[in-house]
Design a protein around this ligand. Structure first.
Ligand code: HEC
Ligand code: HEC
Length: 353
């Protein structure tokens, strides 16, 4: 613990810690090896692999369809007025367009609703990583009195007494009861289909040289260049996240009782005020930004990084002020705009009776 407190000194341990948390050297090497031409072999690790699926919850159409109904069904909440989609709404990039979430009885909650897009690739869920998987996460919001304010007996009773639901559970998980386990598995199965993997950037990586503009290609170079944007040190390939936790110096960390983020789970000094690196895929759909919703636009996000964070106590070692011209800042934003996929109009599920 002691040595982590002194991470700025170049001890062997501190080097190891920074390697584990986010690997600056990998980015430097990656940058040198890049040729930055569409389809180049050195860039292929930016393409997302197939979605990882746990051995005990194989994906199939019945599970996905059931999970989709559960995700959109307000009858899973205590007051029958809130579903997962209230805060993770496809019309708002699977978030809610709010600085921080609005919970039960319009209570304003402490953190922003993250998108569900590409959460299938997260190694830990939630801003502080307190949930290990989508299955592990799914019952939490239903049981929270600040969110869907439901209770298990009432929930199971409703699902068992709704004939279309009991038939769908039977088909999706034959031989298993309707339970917290199967409800969570179905919801997680649906979430594994909420993906962004066909953006302009993906098409450019695959070799379509017209998929990104020259400005966007330059923005990508700045994004990975450790001497310029240095963004990819944390927003790394392929999902633009290292699945790590960092304090990026938001103004809210300077408050009297700041949200300590990851520190609540891992009480290491470096983790105080550290939050999970979010994906940047589909980022144009999910403003406002940061766990506290403090940036309304991508331009404001870039300005935050240029000044190297606002509150500089306990800042992540990789967070440094940047030297970027106004053209370069615009290029970075233009690049982030290339990360949004074209999605066909989302078809809402028909809810069971
Ligand atoms: C009242 C708004 C609200 C509702 C309703 C809600 N969520 Fe969330 N969701 C949030 C917030 C806020 C967080 C982040 C909380 C935190 O990190 O402490 C979150 C986090 C998540 C995450 C983690 C994403 C990540 O990148 O780490 C997933 C997955 C998720 N919710 C799925 C669901 C599902 C499934 C439901 C329904 C069963 C649901 N949510 C209902 C607001 C909501
Ligand atoms: C030290 C690691 C680190 C570096 C370097 C970094 N980020 Fe981040 N980024 C994060 C973390 C962690 C968050 C979430 C912080 C929070 O909300 O408390 C984040 C949030 C964001 C968000 C908001 C995402 C959302 O869904 O709310 C954007 C956009 C973003 N970063 C872009 C960039 C760009 C562009 C750069 C380079 C100029 C960059 N980041 C450099 C770690 C980093």
């Amino acid at each position: 613990m002691k040595m982590i407190n002194h991470h700025h000194r170049h001890t062997g341990v501190s080097l190891l810690v920074s390697l584990l948390l986010a690997s600056p050297f990998a980015v430097a090497v990656e940058y040198k090896d890049h040729t930055f031409s569409a389809g180049d072999a050195s860039l292929q690790h930016w393409l997302l692999p197939a979605v990882p699926v746990p051995a005990d919850n194989a994906l199939n159409a019945d599970r996905i369809a059931l999970g989709k109904q559960l995700f959109f069904d307000p009858r899973l909440s205590g007051d029958s007025n809130m579903s997962c989609a209230t805060c993770h709404n496809p019309l708002f990039g699977w978030s809610d367009g709010l600085p921080t979430a609005k919970g039960s009885k319009s209570m304003v909650l402490g953190r922003a609703s993250p998108t569900v897009i590409n959460t299938a690739y997260n190694t830990l869920q939630m801003w502080d990583g307190r949930k290990k998987s989508l299955e592990d996460q799914a019952m939490g919001p239903m049981m929270s009195n600040q969110e869907m304010n439901m209770n298990i007996p009432k929930l199971l009773d409703f699902l068992q007494k709704t004939p279309d639901y009991s038939a769908s559970f039977n088909k999706a998980y034959p031989g298993e009861a309707i339970s917290e386990v199967t409800i969570a598995k179905a919801i997680a199965s649906f979430e594994r289909t909420v993906l962004s993997n066909d953006s302009q950037f993906d098409r450019w990586i695959k070799g379509d040289k017209n998929a990104m503009t020259a400005q966007q290609v330059n923005g990508f170079k700045l994004f990975v260049n450790p001497d310029k944007g240095n963004c990819a040190v944390c927003h790394s390939a392929p999902n633009f996240t290292d699945n790590g936790f960092h304090n990026i110096g938001l103004a809210s960390f300077g408050g009297a009782t700041p949200d300590v983020g990851r520190f609540a789970e891992k009480p290491l000094k470096l983790m105080k005020g550290a939050f999970k690196t979010p994906t940047l895929r589909d980022i144009t759909l999910t403003a406002p930004y940061f766990h506290d919703g403090s940036a309304s636009t991508l331009e404001q996000v870039v300005d935050h990084y240029v000044q190297g964070g606002e509150v500089k106590t306990n800042l992540a070692p990789n967070l440094k002020s940047l030297t970027l011209s106004s053209n370069e800042k615009a290029d970075l934003v233009a690049f982030m705009r290339a990360l949004t996929s074209d999605h066909p109009a989302f078809v809402l599920p028909v809810l069971p009776h």
